[in-house]
Design a protein around this ligand. Sequence first.
Ligand code: PEP
Ligand code: MG
Length: 600
Amino acid sequence: MSERLLKGIGVSPGIAVGPAVVVRWTMPDVPHRVVPRSQVEKEVRRLRAAVRDVRRYIQALKAKAEDRAGVDEARIFDAQVLMLEDKQFLAGVADLIRENHLTAEKAFEFKALEVRDMWAASGSPRLKDRLADFTGVAVRVIEHLMHRGADELWEGITQPSVVVARELGPGLTVQLDREHVTGLVSEEGTRTSHAAILAHSIGIPAVFGVAGALERIGPGTMLVMDGTRGTVLLHPTPSEIAEARSREQRRRALAAQLEEVVDQPAVTTDGVRIVLRGNVDLPDEIRAAQQHRAEGVGLLRTEFLITGHSALPTEDEQAEYFRRVGEAFPGHPVVVRTYDLGGDKLPAPFRAPSETNPQLGWRAIRVCLDRPDIFRTQVRAALRAAKHADIWLMIPLVTRLDELDRTRAIVAEEAARLAAEGVEAAASIPVGVMVETPAAAINADRFAESAEFLSVGTNDLTQYTLVVDRGNARLADRFTPHDPSVLRLLKMVADAARAAGKPASVCGEMASEPLSAFLLIGLGYETLSVAPPALPLVKWTVRQVSAARARAAAEQALAARTADDALDLLRLALAEAVDLKLLDPDARLPAGRRSASLNV
Ligand code: PEP
Ligand code: MG
């Protein structure tokens, strides 16, 4: 089976069964041609006309996206229009035509490949995500200049099929007809690619980031693709197809139940109110958090403001962004996390020497305190936004109390300075600590005394407690936040916060997953900040379970000797209230301890 199973990232849920239509969609082959000097200006005019026509075409796509996906999603196409309005880029193409007498299409291709290479090499996930958008626009302009249409690609699809491509841009995705295209598989792309966002809104299941898909899948290959699990199964047997179909039925049944809880409060069956906030990495995610009724943002990551940019964001830009996010969640807090820049991923403006052990190096709050110019700008922006919205400030990767003390001193100084300058800003702002190192967890009682709130980052806490690189695929099995050592730390932090009367939440990935959310409630956390798409599922789970049962299960998990034992105990407890097969079709209870509710 394993050689028939390809893995990627599930970016749009649902299962599709059907033959593959393979799209080798890439930059067209543009012949190298030069034109006589007398025709050079004509080529420049042809370039301008093509850009104008393609801009109109993209505006038409935007209108289509408004109908099919929604007004906000349609804004995705504004980015493509902006690419076509980039004066520097177009002037570069015109220069190439004039200097080398190239045809407009050849000059455009040269410039487009240059930009693609630059973005691909930037190391910025955001720019990489936008590569498909850029290619989409570039292909369209080149095709137009070569008098070829790009739309015919889809005309050959006459029966329900799964489209397999190297990369998919939003322009093609929005035109897909759900009758004929039942699923999308792409070698490139991530959850935040524009094509992924559109596929999700239109309701087409999709799996992106499937390495080697084009090599393994030929035209007509029968596929079962699962956009929830992120898998593509080649040449499925009839029983595999039947099993996939019943999985899809369960998924739909759960989706219908999730719809119903959107406007319900997250309260356990024994009346404990759980606050569910959203984690926002990129501005695109604000809308999903709002749609799923997030009670504020428990983790507003700010790294995107820097990575992939050649200049640091200004105080005004940051203040405006924080205010915008704050105003999107009236009556709820937005927790701005100060820059968490990694030693291995320091963007250009930092110019830091490379380190042998970047995860243990110059990271996060260490960078900020060493670069007060950058840190103070961010603090001032947060204080200014806090005048208009409920903005909190949270510092990452804290290990020592003086990091908190120094941050608080900087916040107080900047608040005083803003007041003296007559700038509209809050006089103070809650400052909290992200507990994501064993040092911070072990010292949680002291941090809880001085910080206004604590939030546990279980991704890093697990990495540093178990000494397992969170990004190392070879160690993925060892990366378990359910290890007894991590559970003990989680309990210590919850207890320390409660004893000090300070709020504590969990904003690491584990809070987004129902079984772990159940555990965290049992450990005493009443605020969870989760990935926006997971909000309905976590809320639904909260509403099925009792906090008393969660506490008893957490006690048992804490007493377990291994992560697997802890997980078994948690599954057994959760299965009393929830049909685990709905959450995870592969759920297995320990042998001999099967619960009736699992027999679906
Ligand atoms: C964490 O470490 O758990 C966390 C939420 O922060 P990040 O994933 O951004 O490091
Ligand atoms: Mg972290």
